[in-house]
Design a protein around this ligand. Structure first.
Ligand SMILES: NC(=O)c1ccc[n+]([C@@H]2O[C@H](COP(=O)([O-])OP(=O)(O)OC[C@H]3O[C@@H](n4cnc5c(N)ncnc54)[C@H](OP(=O)(O)O)[C@@H]3O)[C@@H](O)[C@H]2O)c1
Length: 260
């Protein structure tokens, strides 16, 4: 039986590129998104492959349950948690329902789909979870972007994907199952355009290159890949500093916080 991959957000951009590449590499596919026409045209463009279309809104409970059921009951060899929205806006102005949607698609859905897929993968002793995050995961210390490109929640969701992926990778050691987090910079997709931002004048990576980097990163044994970062040592330095701060704490109140 061919390996089976489920890709969320396969109706455009990076998700579509993942679906096409995984099909070319011999995978059967389950492709997920809200736009049925886009998913069906993707399936029609891959006539040699078994491609199942699942129309679901991952921000809704029903939609998430539908896709989680697929993850729990199908013998997935790869789950690509790629679907995403950004909803850049100063946080006090961000409508509550929009904030909830953003957290639903970028945090709750990848977490719950991973939770659903893992028991079967661990039992089969095979499987890879790929979470699409972004370099903004490391952008927290940057000065605020000018409005409307304020993005506290979006940045937080990407940092969540990195920390969750690293922790899960350690937990999964020895199970035959692995997790990978890919962190692209700006990519030439519809992502910014759909929220009315034109970034076409900026240098942007192709969605195809993001997929190439993620799959190469997995082959290299990287837990976190950064497709546009030439110096891998920079990423290792971040994680080394994380560990140093984590390990450097003590129950003693640090001197600088003690009353004078
Ligand atoms: N483009 C960039 O510069 C960039 C940079 C770093 C990271 N990323 C990450 O890359 C991922 C893919 O983005 P992209 O650049 O390929 O953007 P895109 O072309 O806009 O694709 C986003 C995909 O997510 C799906 N999606 C959005 N909301 C959904 C929902 N509620 N339920 C189900 N599917 C939903 C969309 O499908 P439907 O509309 O059909 O539902 C679409 O297929 C995102 O997670 C994003 O955070 C992008």
């Amino acid at each position: 039986m061919p390996p089976l991959a489920l890709v969320t957000g396969a109706s455009s951009g990076i998700g579509r590129a993942f679906a096409e590449r995984l099909a070319a590499d011999g995978h059967d596919l389950i492709v997920v998104g809200r736009r049925r026409d886009r998913l069906e045209s993707l399936a029609a463009s891959l006539p040699e492959h078994a491609v199942e279309v699942v129309v679901a809104d991952l921000a809704s409970e029903d939609g998430l349950d539908t896709v989680a059921e697929q993850c729990a009951t199908r013998p997935l060899t790869m789950l690509v948690n790629n679907a995403g929205v950004a909803h850049y806006m100063p946080l006090p102005d961000l409508p509550v329902a929009t904030a909830r949607e953003l957290l639903g698609v970028k945090v709750v859905a990848p977490t719950m789909l991973t939770r659903a897929a893992l028991p079967g993968m661990v039992e089969r002793r095979a499987g890879t979870i790929v979470n699409v995050a972004g370099m903004l995961a490391f952008g927290g210390p940057a000065p605020a972007a000018p409005p409307p490109a304020r993005r506290a929640i979006y940045t937080g969701t990407l940092a969540y994907a990195v920390a969750m992926g690293q922790t899960l990778h350690a937990e999964l050691e020895g199970t035959g199952v692995d997790v990978h987090v890919v962190c692209p910079g700006i990519v030439a997709t519809e992502f910014h355009e759909v929220q009315g931002m034109d970034l076409s004048a900026l240098p942007r990576m192709s969605a195809d290159d993001v997929v190439t980097a993620a799959l190469a990163g997995i082959a290299l044994g990287e837990v976190v890949s950064a497709p546009g970062l030439e110096d891998r040592g920079l990423l290792d330095a971040v994680f080394g500093a994380d560990l140093a701060a984590f390990g450097g704490q003590s129950p003693q109140l640090a001197t600088r916080y003690r009353p004078a």
